[in-house]
Design a binder for this molecule. Structure first.
Ligand code: DQA
Length: 144
């Protein structure tokens, strides 16, 4: 089973950016969590992070025919990007949306998710653990 994990803009700054919201753990810690989860669950995980919307679209398109599912935290592009929504629809792979923070408890603009319209599930406010939950959810979904 092959899962692509995509992280959008500023998530490479985890540990530095707004620790009161996102915590003190770093992006490297998140990558370690993905690696551990892949090993424990016997899944092949490819991870990709970019600050650029088009690069995120390219990576979603790249997944077509190569990956079985996608875990995506589009970060700020969640709330603005029809291009990412359309890319997820285009490849039609099962996708799970993750947000580290509880976006529903923040500014109203964060309560709109375009990408989420193409996702089978959204996990928000569970910190880094949300990525593991998303991977396990996809694994079960793909095994069913
Ligand atoms: C985020 C929430 C977004 O609103 C924000 O722009 C991010 C991170 C999260 O993981 O909580 O960059 O996606």
């Amino acid at each position: 089973m092959k899962i692509l994990v995509i992280n959008g803009p500023n998530l490479n700054m985890l540990g530095i950016r707004e620790p009161g919201i996102y915590g003190k753990n770093t992006f490297a810690d998140l990558l370690q969590l993905l690696e551990d989860t892949a090993r424990e669950e016997g899944i092949e995980i490819t991870q990709f992070q970019s600050n650029h919307e088009g690069d995120l679209v390219d990576k979603i398109q790249w997944a077509y025919g190569k990956m079985d599912g996608i875990v995506i935290n589009p970060a700020a592009y969640t709330h603005t990007s029809v291009a990412i929504l359309d890319a997820l629809k285009a490849v039609s792979l099962p996708a799970v949306e993750v947000h580290i923070s509880d976006v529903d408890a923040r500014e109203p603009f964060r309560q709109i998710s375009y990408a989420g319209l193409a996702c089978i599930k959204t996990i928000k406010g569970h910190g880094f653990a949300g990525y593991r939950e998303a991977i396990l959810y996809l694994k079960e979904y793909l095994s069913a």
